[in-house]
Design a protein around this ligand. Sequence first.
Ligand code: ZN
Length: 221
Amino acid sequence: MEIQWVESLFFSTDKIANEMIIIHHTGSKNGQINSLQGTINWFRPERWRSTQQVSAHYIIPRAEGPIIQMVRDEHTAWHAGKSRWVINGVLRENINTRSIGIELQGDGQLYRYTNFQYKALIWLVKQKMEKFNIPLELIRGHEEITPRKPDPGPLFDWDRFKKGLTSATVPGSEVPADSDLVDEDGDGIIWLDETDDVNIPSGKDRTILETIKDFFAGLFR
Ligand SMILES: [Zn+2]
């Protein structure tokens, strides 16, 4: 899985914590799903826009390809608008300052999401859950924290998504047959940790396979 960095013009540095993950869709117009490039341009317009300033941390395209990251996890993206949720027993508002926002290209009121999107979403969300210690119950749809919003919609398969999150394997990064050795270090998630590098806006992420190769090379150095 690859992450491509394209910086949004719209974000702020008032992030309090990454306590939730919010799932969105990019929507459609007259039955046509908004294009990936259109969404990127909306979050990073060529000309500064003083109204409708919105963004998300990540966009997952329908077709297999890089996940687009547009705001750093430690910054606040403007995806949730007026929103509220009870987090650890306390009613919180302005969930933007407490969450990572992920957009699925599509419209969950009209179309199913693609297999690639589930694979990429599970891969990404698993990393963030581990990194920021986010429990399953704080991964929510925009429609839940802002009831007038429709996304990710009835065609988003929460069961499939949550099953993927709780399964032991990381989709999209099937470990090669001799993977037992990865655990010799006593840490089966070494290769997951290393993919955290993708948060640094340096462009491209290394593939899991490369990371594993480097790890083995390191053993014999
Ligand atoms: Zn939304």
